[in-house]
Design a protein around this ligand. Structure first.
Ligand code: GDP
Ligand code: MN
Length: 399
């Protein structure tokens, strides 16, 4: 196996996962890059920050819960404030609020708009038609599913051939068909062309504005933003790194994320490290089968080196529930002697609380076991099979 193959494997296995659905504030910032108008505002993680942002945006403001779920308005997560004292009260009430199981940790505070009309606009992919699909309605503000169910004719559709692209004339016609107010039409046409550009050039699966508003002083802009990125396109968007999912509530997962590990926290006592998602899942099953319970799922991927192994052991070591660690490696492309070197190096770097059981098999397993032999102790044990390893790790939980 060459250096190159090793690298490729590492890249696919440990690639940083992008949060595909953006928060409203991220969606608005994404829109802004394509010239789509939004209200001036800023993010706040604390009540004091919210007041600073409100002062900057200018009163009245709207204080908006940032959670990746719709219907925030109805749930009490969106409130208008006339002055700083009111902004403070709303920020206090909304931070920490639970909206459909999502706890609010961040607010978006923007200058409030005077709304004359609320519309709906979106672009998404019509898979069966193999065309992009724009949906536009003069009846926005509410869930589009509701409009679709009660008054389907209120949604005007525009199919766009991805090869031929969008035509401003067709968009103007679409805006008219949807019944947008005369005063909104020209601006809405421009904005929808920009939204299409954002959807295509920005590699979105969905770019939705609900509501798209006409203000009482005759301006059209996006009051909400729902953007879903197509993570297959992340290779050409290095800037998406800022959307890497860090919103996990589980501190173990946050730590694992920071170290680039494919980790999911569970509630048991046996820490698990395996190479490959399939083997990691099987390891969980076998640990359960012999009467234990897994503390986590952790796939270190192919070509794991000392750094990855040390990071994996560090994350598991930080979990106070862990009583033993089962490292289950079946070397295919991964060479067991490399894994063994990783374990030895990790032992020197990480002060482990729990004993480790190793099951090392596959490519270069003999060389790997030979390397580890001088390091074996009652804190570092080796077992020949997955089942033996699981039994030993579970037995150590009680010791
Ligand atoms: P959602 O409920 O999660 O979809 O959140 P939205 O951002 O769409 O806001 C819900 C509703 O709050 C909108 O449809 C508006 O009626 C209202 N709203 C939001 N921002 C403003 C604002 O700046 N001014 C006024 N008057 N109402 C707003
Ligand atoms: Mn909305």
């Amino acid at each position: 196996m060459t250096e190159n193959e090793n690298e490729t494997e590492n890249e696919t296995e440990n690639e940083e996962r992008i949060a595909v659905d953006l928060y409203e504030y991220q969606g608005k910032q994404y829109f802004a890059r394509f010239g789509i108008p939004t209200s001036p505002g800023g993010v706040a993680d604390t009540v004091d920050e919210a007041v600073v942002q409100a002062d900057a945006a200018g009163y009245p403001v709207v204080v908006k819960a940032q959670v990746k779920v719709g219907g925030r308005g109805k749930a009490g997560g969106i409130k208008l404030a006339a002055d700083a004292a009111e902004a403070r009260r709303h920020a206090e009430a909304i931070l920490g609020m639970d909206i459909k199981g999502h706890v609010v940790h961040r607010l978006w505070v923007e200058h409030a708009s005077d709304i004359a009309r609320e519309y709906y606009a979106s672009f998404t992919l019509d898979r069966p038609a193999k065309l992009h699909l724009g949906m536009l309605s003069a009846e926005g503000g509410v869930e589009i599913e509701e409009v679709a169910a009660t008054n389907p004719d209120a949604i005007a559709r525009l199919h766009v051939d991805p090869v031929r692209g969008i035509d401003r004339g067709a968009v103007a016609d679409w805006v008219e068909r949807a019944g947008l107010d005369e005063a909104a039409r020209a601006q809405a046409t421009d904005l929808l062309v920009e939204l299409y550009r954002c959807y295509v050039d920005g590699d979105c699966d969905l770019a939705e504005i609900n509501p798209l508003i006409l203000t009482t002083d005759g301006r059209v802009h996006a009051l909400d933003a729902k953007v879903t990125l197509d993570d297959n396109a992340s290779f050409r968007h290095p800037e998406w790194a800022e959307y890497a999912a860090t919103e996990s509530e589980d501190p173990r997962e946050v730590m694992a994320k920071e170290k680039g590990l494919n980790y999911i926290g569970l509630s048991g006592t046996v820490g698990i490290i395996a190479n490959g998602a399939g083997l990691a899942m099987s390891t969980l099953d076998v640990v359960n089968q012999v009467g234990g319970s897994a503390a986590n799922f952790l796939d270190i991927g192919g070509g794991a080196n000392a750094d990855v192994m040390a990071a994996a052991l560090e994350v598991i070591n930080a979990d106070p529930a862990v009583r033993s660690i089962f490292v289950n490696i079946f070397g295919g492309i991964t060479r067991v002697d490399e894994v063994a070197k990783g374990v030895i190096e990790a032992l020197a770097r990480v002060d482990l609380r729990s004993p480790i059981v190793l099951r090392l098999d596959g490519t270069n397993a003999d060389a790997g076991r030979a390397l580890l032999a001088p390091h074996l102790s009652d804190r570092l044990l080796s077992e020949p099979t997955m089942l033996d390893g699981a039994r030993r790790a579970v037995a150590l939980v009680g010791s």
